[in-house]
Design a protein around this ligand. Structure first.
Ligand code: TNX
Length: 546
């Protein structure tokens, strides 16, 4: 029988180098292929039953096949075998081997996470139609004969979602988690509180969400220093995650081997909380939930009650998020109100501190001690280095890489997320048709070019670099669709930065894979930005950051 046109197209696709993104550690392609058929089974031991179910969830909708889960491989039927294999311990908890022959596919790993990543690779070895959510006829569901060995380069492979500036609904967070998993990313940092909104229910302090989750209006257009001419949209905006929502998100993430790291901002970016509880502020003045952007003078005061309040908040946060790391923000905290407040000045004296930087450092230290006592670890933006870094703190380096270098040299762990390469809210092209963005210029190639280990670290110091993450701040990203446009395909580039061995990175190969990958994103209804000619080459050097 002659193959159908669709089948021919499928053949030519799958016989080329498979477009796996992020590129694995090693891929060997053989002759021939395995084809999924209506009677293909999934073979899994009891302790991988949940992974097998997940695999069915990936494969059933588009193929319409059943994929019964069985304990033993039946004769004469094609099979996808999932297996745990202690002999693969050298690949780490997230590494795996995938081998396919004309009679089946085998995914083996030392641990469940590795099996999961093997499954992500398998999805990408199939025609992109497998990502569709409804059955589609006329496709041959073929997998090329391959032998793949894979493991990630870094342990922290992340992205930050800013749900504070514009509330990002739970359903979208779950979609984003699925997309992170597809790209073998394992950390979702949720920025949950800021001047413009408090987004997590705290039972002890209900006004945080009754008041703090809602703002009366929002600035229209780009933030400028001249706010006198600012226009506002007159639309109330808000929303928050209930504790049940949080549990649902955390469980959804865990099933996808993703850790959710919550961020509760302090002592700056605190206006929404102060709007709810004015006693947390420095001036005694009533404040509204902030309707505009920028760095804000209204920061938490340094009273004992405020420290206790925030520790109460963290107690509830800890109960909801199993993450070892708890993010306390720490960035952009203007010290003006502390300098002007007699209470803050008295506090500084009483604590024997020399300046306001030390006061901030004291603030962060009290959270560090608190979190340490609960068996957790504090992480904060690189400003937490100012005035002295708390003993157990991990630093997230965003204002360039220096914060990361300084912290790693001092023996602290770091996560790299410099604006220069990983701020996914920056503009990705100079095209005037691009949507409004905060500024900057961060094209796809520049993200791809990022090397997370800063030059000048010794091998021992470099071990403190846990990994990297791309941050999607949402001042100018009011909707999930817009969020997708900013995140993709730059997040695909980030995936290779943190997963692929350095020597296997290759921008031309990445772009070719991205063509096939784009079809997957389309099938998943992701509003990604299509690369243009301007993205087609890796420049010798990049312009200085704006
Ligand atoms: C700086 S990055 C901020 C955020 C903004 C972001 C916009 C950081 C720790 N603070 O509050 O949203 O720039 O790019």
């Amino acid at each position: 029988m002659l193959p159908t046109l669709a089948a021919v197209a499928t053949l030519s696709l799958t016989q080329a180098e498979p477009a796996i993104l992020p590129e694995p550690k090693s891929v060997r392609v053989g002759e021939g292929m395995f084809e999924l058929r209506p009677d293909t089974v999934v073979v899994a031991p009891t302790d991988l039953r949940a992974k097998a179910e997940q695999l069915r969830g990936y494969l059933c909708p588009a193929t319409g096949f059943e994929f019964p889960i069985v304990g033993r491989r039946p004769r004469g039927k094609g099979a996808i075998v999932l297996a745990k294999d202690a002999k693969l311990a050298a690949l780490g908890g997230e590494g795996y081997r995938l081998a396919s022959t004309p009679s089946g596919v085998e995914i083996r790993a030392a641990a469940e996470a590795g099996v999961f990543y093997g499954m992500q690779t398998l999805r990408q070895l199939l025609p992109s139609d497998v990502f569709r959510q409804a059955p589609i006829a006329g496709v041959r569901w073929t997998v090329p004969v391959v032998a793949i060995e894979d493991r990630p380069r870094f342990a922290w492979r992340g992205s930050m979602i800013d749900s504070a500036r514009w509330f990002m609904p739970k359903e979208f967070v779950k979609k984003y988690l699925d997309l992170l998993a597809l790209h073998k990313l394992n950390t979702l940092h949720m920025h949950l509180t800021d001047d413009q909104g408090w987004r997590i229910e705290i039972k002890k302090y209900p006004k945080l969400t009754e008041v703090g989750a809602w703002r009366a209006q929002t600035l229209v257009g780009h933030y400028s220093e001249n706010l006198k001419e600012a226009k506002y949209d007159g639309q109330r905006h808000g929303g928050f995650y209930t504790q049940d929502d949080v549990r649902e998100i955390v469980a959804y993430a865990a099933a996808r081997h993703i850790t959710v790291v919550p961020e509760i901002e302090m002592p700056g970016h605190a206006q929404a909380a102060i709007a709810a509880y004015p006693e947390l502020g420095n001036t005694g003045r009533a404040l509204e939930v902030h309707p505009t952007w920028g760095v804000n003078e209204n920061v938490f005061n340094v009273n004992e009650n405020t420290i206790l309040f925030l520790q109460d908040v963290l107690t509830e946060v800890i109960a909801l998020f199993p993450s070892k790391f708890i993010h306390i923000g720490g960035d952009e905290c203007p010290k003006k109100q502390w300098r002007e407040s007699p209470v803050a000045q008295a506090r500084k004296q009483e604590l024997g501190l020399k300046d306001e930087d030390e006061l901030q450092s004291w603030f962060v230290r009290s959270m560090d001690t608190f979190l340490d006592g609960k068996g957790r670890r504090l992480i904060g933006w690189d400003e937490i280095l100012e005035g002295g870094l708390a003993e157990g703190a991990t630093v997230m380096s965003w204002r360039g890489i220096q914060g990361g270098v300084t912290a790693a040299k001092a023996g602290h762990d770091v996560v790299m997320s410099p604006t220069s390469h990983l701020y996914l809210d920056y503009r990705q092209s100079r095209d005037p048709g691009e949507p409004l963005a905060i500024g900057g210029f961060l094209p796809l190639a520049r993200v791809y070019s990022y090397e997370p280990i800063p030059a000048g670290l010794s091998d021992d110091e470099a071990k403190h670099v846990l990994g990297a993450q791309g941050n999607v701040w949402t001042e100018y990203i009011p909707t999930p669709k817009r969020f997708e446009y900013f995140a993709f395909p730059r997040l695909c580039a980030l995936a290779e930065v943190v997963w692929t061995p350095k020597e296997r990175k290759d921008y031309a190969r990445f772009l070719a894979a991205l063509k096939a990958h784009g079809k997957r994103l389309e099938a998943l209804d992701v509003n990604y930005r299509r690369p243009t000619d301007a993205d087609a080459t890796m420049p010798d050097r990049f312009e200085e950051e704006e």
